[in-house]
Design a protein. Structure first.
Length: 130
């Protein structure tokens, strides 16, 4: 049985491996939340967020490859994708990327027209960090 993928993914491009303290300010459907992480981060480091479950997750990679290969690749909405989305990314207090989106979702039934689940997803978004 095939399951659903993430409803929405946001990819970061550009300066995704510059060391510093990153703060992600996300407003999804009018609900604000923030998470913060320092880069380099190491494999045991988790972002610090203002909510136990802000509804989205940072996508981090390269921790096993060493500090010079770690990157912050983006964020995902693993359960429910928002209809409106605003993102501000700051590095060491300086804004390095922003985005506003109103994703257009489609539904699909990957296991056939009469089978569950019904999946809702939108095309990936991209933010260039400077």
């Amino acid at each position: 049985m095939i399951g659903c993928g993430w409803p929405l993914e946001v990819a970061f491009r550009g300066a995704t491996s510059v060391p510093g303290v990153y703060r992600f300010e996300v407003t999804a459907d009018g609900a604000p939340s923030t998470c913060q992480i320092a880069l380099p981060f190491g494999c045991d480091t988790r972002p610090t967020c203002d909510a136990i479950d802000p509804g989205w997750r940072l996508t981090l990679s390269g921790c096993a490859l060493g500090p010079d290969r770690e990157t912050i690749d983006g964020l995902t909405f693993p359960v429910t994708g928002p209809n409106t989305l605003d993102i501000i990314v700051r590095r060491d207090g300086v804004e390095v990327g922003t985005a506003h989106a109103e994703p257009v979702y489609t539904t699909s039934r990957p296991n056939g027209p009469d089978c569950e689940p019904v999946c809702r997803s939108a095309p990936s978004l991209s933010i260039t960090l400077r």
